[in-house]
Ligand binder design. Structure first.
Ligand code: G3P
Length: 197
């Protein structure tokens, strides 16, 4: 049951929301536009507010639904594992050639069910960093840093390892943002100009 639900969680996360919205309603492949990231931020950038809110909610829902699976089936296993399986699906989706998003919305959904205090710590930091810097990717990386920092007080070895791997994954997924930032061409949240890297 554990492995089956983990696989189902990965498949739930693999549903490429931004890609579907782009193709269905705009006839475009979002992976060819803006930052080329099939996530809510790039959807806002290239497809507009309504689509971005829709993508954000569905991507959140994927993480939450996956984290809820063990509770629904009365499985005594950590909901975070399933939420993070959906995050892996979101980042490396089997339904979209393994070219997915950058984890942030789906992780929020997973934490919503798995660990509310962690959600608050990580995502208050996320919004605070974006408010201060106007760079979404810095907010996203700060999610990984705050989870790692929280880990210092945690007694759970599995969480410590998971959040370390998660932080490394975030840096990998945001490598083009980091490079663009160094080159001075990373767009701020209110910048509509498209990147063509
Ligand atoms: O959560 C996604 C964000 O960190 C970066 O998105 O489209 O600017 O690469 P984007």
């Amino acid at each position: 049951m554990f492995w089956l639900l983990l696989a189902v969680s990965y498949l739930i996360g693999s549903v490429p929301t931004a890609l579907i919205v782009g193709k269905l309603f705009f006839g475009v492949d979002i992976r060819e536009l803006g930052s080329k990231n099939p996530g809510a931020t790039n959807t806002l950038r290239v497809l507009g507010k309504k689509s971005a809110v829709f993508v954000l909610l569905i991507d959140l829902g994927k993480g939450a639904l996956a984290a809820y699976l063990p509770l629904f089936f009365h499985l005594s296993a950590e909901p975070l594992y399933f939420g993070l399986a959906a995050v892996i699906g979101h980042c490396f989706p089997i339904f979209a050639g393994f070219r997915g998003g950058k984890a942030i919305a789906t992780t929020a959904g997973a934490l919503m069910i798995a660990d509310l205090p962690l959600l608050l710590i990580a995502y208050v930091t996320f919004f605070f960093v974006i408010l201060l810097t106007k760079y979404v990717f810095l907010g996203s990386i700060s999610v990984g840093i705050s989870l790692l920092a929280y880990d210092l007080y945690s007694v759970r070895l599995d969480f410590e390892l998971i959040f370390l791997l998660f932080f490394i994954l975030l840096i990998y997924l945001h490598r083009s943002n980091i490079r663009n930032f160094i080159l001075g061409i990373e767009p701020k949240i209110n910048d509509k100009s498209l990147k063509n890297d």
